[in-house]
Design a protein around this ligand. Structure first.
Ligand code: SAH
Length: 259
């Protein structure tokens, strides 16, 4: 038995039917490796190992859970990686496309998604459970109050689907919040038609003052009149679609090139 550790965000899913639904939601490519983040006691692992023999990898930070996983699934051998997902050398481990699944440790879910974005050319799909409030934010469309930085950055490269909700009672110990399972599937966009670093900066700075217009939020960038006069600048960040943010970045970038 693995004793749940709070500081690692350990809430073990007890409901096998829900585990089955999560595993079934993943549709990796034929030969693609599948990486499970935070398998814990292995409620998903048992199903995944049958479905993806030879191509399932686990990364788990908790030594006690790792011992348990080695005993329960000896066939996985060195595919069980003990460590921090955020510190993995993903490029080396998965030089080609792969898929990610997991009931994520909720305290690091945003950081997991920033890492996914860094490897977006190879991360084809993600199926995960996370805090419902965060899941709703990621999936939110422009015009919604909960639309934010990660919604824009992720939706630029992934199609996001909110699949189903899970109540605290399905876990041991029960978390204080509702949970939600979502799926991210890579879209057709290879590159942004603008400078990506600048795009990230514009999105982040716009949302830092989400109640203000972009004109106000981006004031310190000293944008010249031609950009300042853009109708987009009269809007608040949550009103801008991904395409709008791209367009705005192109306008700013055009200036940088001229300068
Ligand atoms: N998948 C299991 C456990 C979910 S709880 C289940 O559904 O029952 C989240 C798990 O993530 C825990 O096992 C915790 O030890 C692990 N974890 C926490 N931080 C991690 C990190 N940085 N890298 C890898 N695993 C982590």
């Amino acid at each position: 038995m693995v004793r749940p550790k709070k500081h690692l965000g350990q809430h073990f899913l007890r409901d096998k039917n829900i585990a089955r639904k999560i595993v079934d939601a993943l549709q990796p490519g034929a030969e693609q490796p599948v990486l499970e983040i935070g398998p814990g006691t292995g409620v998903l692992t048992g199903m995944l190992v049958e479905q993806y023999p030879g191509r399932l990898f686990l990364v788990e930070i908790d030594a006690e859970s790792v011992d348990h996983l080695h005993q329960a699934y000896p066939a996985l051998g060195h595919h069980v990686i003990q460590g921090d997902f955020l510190k993995l050398d993903l490029q080396k481990l998965f030089p080609k496309s792969f898929a990610i699944i997991g009931n994520f440790p909720y305290n690091i879910s945003s950081q997991i998604f920033f890492t996914v974005l860094d490897h977006r050319d190879r991360v084809e799909q993600v199926v995960c459970m996370l805090q419902k409030e965060v899941a709703d934010r990621l999936c939110a469309k422009h015009g919604s109050k909960t639309y934010g930085i990660l919604s824009v950055l992720l939706q630029a490269f992934y199609n996001l689907e909110s699949l189903f909700k899970v109540s605290p009672g399905a876990f041991h110990p029960p978390p204080k919040v509702m949970s939600s399972v979502i799926r991210l599937t890579r879209n057709a966009r290879k590159e942004l038609p603008c400078d990506e670093l600048l795009f990230r900066t514009v999105v982040k700075q716009s949302f830092q003052k989400r109640r203000k217009t972009l004109r106000n939020a981006l004031k310190h960038l000293n944008l010249p009149d031609s950009v300042d006069a853009s109708p987009l600048m009269d809007k608040r960040p949550e009103q801008l679609s991904v395409e709008d943010f791209i367009h705005l970045t192109q306008q700013i970038e055009g200036l940088e090139r001229v300068r």
